[in-house]
Design a protein around this ligand. Structure first.
Ligand SMILES: [Zn+2]
Ligand SMILES: [Zn+2]
Length: 198
């Protein structure tokens, strides 16, 4: 499995424990679904919208813009992958014990680093601890971090293309279903709020 972590980090903007988890989830997804299948062949349905999702988009090629990344606002660290070709469908759940709790002395280091009056030494110590946790996530056996469940292959519809219609106030083309109607005029979401305020 060749995942270029530096590239994932560049895409996301920084390295963090959430991104590290996403890298491992994506790794598991590639093992199950095959490496980078064709466009929209695999649909990812993510149950959260945190840092991990950026790694999943970058590594699996399931992206928001292509419409084969769907967000369910459940706030859970779980990620479903559905392969259209044969209906293989899995849910990768991050184990509750994937984040080893900090020891009391580590808690103290983290707290000192977060403090508003933290000095350079305290910040460096906290940063070191953070890096250690990221390394742990990146190097742990996958089975320590995630569980794979087989699920029903409920494939959400492909990204639909809607007509664009000009907003009656700003004139900008707006996806038809996003326009609001008021007194016989059509407004984009932004203008609609403006009109309501008067
Ligand atoms: Zn992040
Ligand atoms: Zn408008």
């Amino acid at each position: 499995m060749s995942i270029d972590i530096t590239q994932v980090q560049a895409f996301h903007g920084h390295m963090c424990p959430g991104l590290a988890i996403g890298i491992r989830v994506a790794e598991q997804a590639l093992l199950e679904m095959g490496e980078r299948p064709g466009d929209e062949e695999v649909v990812a349905v993510v149950e959260t919208d945190n840092c991990a999702v950026d790694a999943i988009q970058f590594i699996t090629g399931c992206t928001f813009g292509k419409g084969n990344l769907i967000h369910l606002d459940y706030g859970k660290s779980a990620f479903r992958f559905i392969r259209r070709r044969d209906g293989k469908a899995i849910r990768i759940r991050v184990r509750a014990d994937a984040w080893k709790p900090l020891r009391p002395d580590e808690e103290q280091i983290a707290a000192r680093g977060r403090a508003t009056d933290a000095g350079e030494v305290e910040k460096q110590e906290a940063d070191h601890l953070r890096r250690q946790r990221i390394e742990m996530i990146l190097n742990a056996p996958l089975s320590d971090l995630v569980e794979v469940q087989i699920i029903d292959p409920v494939i959400p519809p492909r990204a639909r293309i809607f007509n664009s219609v000009a907003c009656d106030l700003c004139g900008e083309k707006t996806m038809e279903i996003r326009l609001r109607r008021l007194d016989g005029k059509l407004y984009c979401a932004e203008c609609f709020e403006q009109v309501l305020k008067g």
